[in-house]
Write a protein that binds this ligand. Structure first.
Ligand code: ADP
Ligand code: MG
Length: 357
């Protein structure tokens, strides 16, 4: 009997060796979620990281926020000293050499403009100026003012050189507004910084532009709520997220009223008017920058054209909410959306939302 035990001992030892990593994992130091929130980029940025080591977690969080602050200082149109503002001041006079990052975001935006057939367009700055004035003074711009602004809008007037990293404008008075994509880019960059720091799981939320990777302690997936565009307390769905971005662009966060009518902060660059067809658009993609720009574009295109476009693109899904008749909301989704986010029709109906197939 004893002899028999001796014979099996090497096997038991080998088994222990095999199990060792599993045991080490389950008995390892406890992992927690560390979360920090800061106002940045005209919104609230929230970063959550999973770590077993508090100083390591806080170091990584600080680095992620530093990265977002750095990009805000580069890409904000509101700061006179940003690289973007310098480009806007000089771009009509001569080709301006810009940093590789700013160049990348501009080039990506121009390509998204083509993808969305002009619905997403970073040259909307002259129109945004007109509509911000309308929001402030409560007087709508006149058709001739819109026509005039439209002459200075259009990605086709932006001239870039990939070799020189220069950007210039073919029409005087043009300017770029990265408000529809910079937040997403900053979220992607914050994620890259966390990964470089060895953070194995995190969620970055830049005011509705989210990227999540890895899992929460206890092997739970990150979940992102899809907000009801007319009820801040309600959620339409909970989207599980791993190594993906989800971005929502809506008419409910930022809008203004003139003469009893509600106007969105997103404009249709082709017509010069504010986007009116859509209450909210949620896009799921592999980069937050891409999802951000695409969500803005789909919001302008509206549900039919917008979802047809999403269905034609690889690895992207979207959900679009519009106002139907009788105060009811309608939800339409791209062909593979339900594979990335389960929807409960009865739950939706209880919230006044009809799923339109
Ligand atoms: P949010 O900032 O609410 O997340 P978006 O990502 O859709 O929403 O960005 C809206 C911002 O994008 C506007 O404030 C403006 O700066 C800019 N913008 C507005 N209309 C367009 C458009 N058609 N294409 C590109 N950028 C736009
Ligand atoms: Mg956007």
């Amino acid at each position: 009997m004893w002899f028999h035990k001796m014979k099996t001992a090497p096997f038991a030892r080998r088994l222990l060796w095999l199990l060792a990593p599993v045991l080490a994992l389950s008995c390892g130091p406890r992992k927690d979620v560390y979360r920090v929130t800061k106002p940045l980029m005209g919104t609230v940025v929230e970063v959550s990281v999973v770590s077993a080591d508090a100083p390591h977690a806080y170091g990584a969080l600080q680095a992620a926020f530093d990265e977002v602050a750095r990009l805000e200082a580069m890409m904000s149109a509101f700061r006179e000293d940003s690289e973007l503002s310098r480009l806007n001041r000089e771009g009509s006079m001569h080709p301006v050499k810009v940093s590789p990052e700013l160049f990348q975001v501009i080039a990506m935006s121009l390509s998204l403009s083509q993808t969305t057939r002009g619905a997403f367009d970073i040259t909307v700055a002259p129109l945004m100026r007109l509509w911000s004035r309308a929001a402030r003074d409560k007087i709508l711009p006149s058709p001739s003012e819109i026509e005039d602004a439209l002459r200075r809008v259009g990605s086709r007037h932006v001239v870039i050189s990939s070799q020189e990293h220069t950007v210039s404008f073919a029409v005087k008075g043009m300017a770029l507004d990265l408000g529809g994509i910079a937040k997403g880019y900053a979220v992607d960059r914050a994620v890259a910084v966390l990964k470089e720091r060895g953070i194995e799981a995190a969620l970055v939320n830049g005011g509705g532009d989210v990227f999540a990777y890895g899992v929460k302690p206890g092997n739970q997936p990150w979940r992102v709520g899809m907000r009801h565009p007319r009820n801040p307390q309600a959620l339409l769905a909970a989207l599980p997220l791993a190594e993906k971005a989800v971005v929502t662009s809506g008419d409910y966060e930022r809008y203004f009223w003139v003469e009893g009518k509600r106007y969105s902060h997103i404009v249709d660059p082709r017509k010069g008017l504010t986007a009116a067809k859509t209450a909210s658009v949620t896009v799921v993609a592999s980069s937050a920058a891409y999802a951000d720009g695409l969500a803005t574009g789909v919001l302008v295109l509206g549900p039919e054209e917008g979802l047809a476009l999403v269905d034609s693109l690889p690895h992207v899904e979207a959900a679009v909410v519009t106002e139907g008749g009788r105060g009811e909301l309608e939800l339409r989704v791209s062909s593979g959306f339900r594979r990335v986010c389960p929807l409960d029709e009865r739950d939706l109906a209880a919230q006044g939302v009809r799923l339109v197939e």
